[in-house]
Design a protein around this ligand. Structure first.
Ligand SMILES: Nc1ncnc2c1ncn2[C@@H]1O[C@H](COP(=O)(O)OP(=O)(O)OP(=O)(O)O)[C@@H](O)[C@H]1O
Length: 337
């Protein structure tokens, strides 16, 4: 049962064209020239209750514009959006009770007051019953480990602490849908893991639907099985993450340095033609159908003395570039099932 239905969604912005050269500022002011930009073009998708979906694409692809229309901040130029039966920009207040939003780059919390006071203000604004409020605070503070800084003003929090407080605040009113815009940007590895664990737990226990934009492939790997890929406003792919990675990524490369040069015939027996050697360094291309990074490293540990290991993983921008060059014109592709 779809909780989100997006049909032929388009958002067109009018932008001023800036001139260059002599008197350009004056000319721009006196004789402004404009162009139209389709930030989102004829986008269609549906999302079921309880799904976690990655919404990805390069910078300027149209992700935030789509999310802003789903949240109700922007009005579509054409097409339709229905969130749990509501049209977001027409029913902003009702829609806001169904959704939680977290932007990694900016906080929704009040800068000058302690975290717990912010939560209390949220309780007041969303009319959250006391029991629900207390229970959520208890559960969320435990999983996110925020009890040690609930009395600290938001402005004094580190980025990782602020992000955890933001996540907690966004979920206090038990929203059905959670929009996360780059939720792990700038966080250290431990906090990233904590945030991902929390998102997973909320999705599992409350069936919260999660839409996530990210440039971090690990977020996708750990959280999403389905991704939507947008580029230049058009939806290029809607389907399985694994399918996308298998078909459009270059393979991961493991570079291993050993204390002495390994015999080429030994390497060839194990890795056939999927390696190159430069003295004590060996680069192995991991072909997922027949090998894994872990097995490759384990083999080197058994057969030589390791000095260094580097793994070059496929980054999602590279996947998208490959996807884009495969389809000369943006097209939709269904990879699931
Ligand atoms: N208010 C606006 N007026 C004019 N153009 C806009 C406006 N908002 C966004 N755009 C343009 O629409 C396009 C899509 O922008 P959007 O912010 O949705 O991209 P994005 O995929 O979220 O990018 P990023 O990953 O960098 O956040 C960009 O070309 C951007 O310059």
């Amino acid at each position: 049962m779809s909780i989100i239905r997006v049909q032929s969604l388009t958002k067109r912005f009018k932008r001023q064209i800036r001139r260059s050269g002599k008197m350009s500022a004056f000319k721009d002011f006196a004789f402004p020239r404009h162009e139209w930009k389709d930030a989102v073009k004829e986008v269609d998708f549906q999302i079921d209750k309880g799904e976690i979906v990655g919404y990805i694409g390069p910078n300027g692809a149209g992700k935030s514009t789509t999310i802003k229309m789903m949240v109700g901040i922007l009005v579509p130029t054409s097409g339709s959006i229905e969130i749990g039966g509501l049209v977001p920009y027409k029913n902003r207040l009702e829609n806001s009770r169904k959704i939680g939003v977290v932007f990694g780059q900016r906080t929704q919390l009040w800068w000058d007051i302690p975290v717990m006071e912010t939560f209390r203000l949220m309780q007041y604004m969303y009319k959250i019953p006391q029991r629900q409020f207390e229970e959520n605070i208890r559960i969320f503070t435990e999983i996110l480990g925020i009890d040690e800084f609930v009395n600290v003003p938001v402005r004094q929090l580190s980025l990782g602490q602020r992000m955890r407080a933001d996540l907690c605040a966004a979920l206090l009113h038990n929203p059905e849908i959670l929009y996360l815009d780059e939720p792990t940007i700038g966080l250290d590895v431990d906090v990233k893991e904590r945030v991902r664990g929390f998102i997973k737990e909320v999705n599992r226990t409350r069936e919260t639907t999660v839409i996530l934009t990210t440039h971090d492939t690990s977020d996708l790997d750990k959280l999403c099985s389905r991704v939507l890929v947008i580029d230049q406003g058009s939806l290029m792919y809607d389907g399985d993450l694994e399918y996308l990675k298998r078909h459009y990524s270059r393979h991961d490369v493991v570079t291993v340095e050993t204390d002495s040069e390994m015999p080429e015939n030994l390497l060839r027996t194990r890795f056939q033609d999927d390696f190159t050697q430069e003295g004590r360094k060996c680069h192995v291309r991991i072909v997922p159908e027949k090998d894994s990074t872990a097995d490759c490293i384990a083999w080197f540990i058994r057969n030589g003395r390791l000095l260094d290991v580097q793994i070059r993983q496929t980054d999602i921008d590279e996947v998208i570039r490959n996807l884009y060059s495969t389809f000369k014109r943006p097209e939709k592709e269904t990879g699931s099932g």
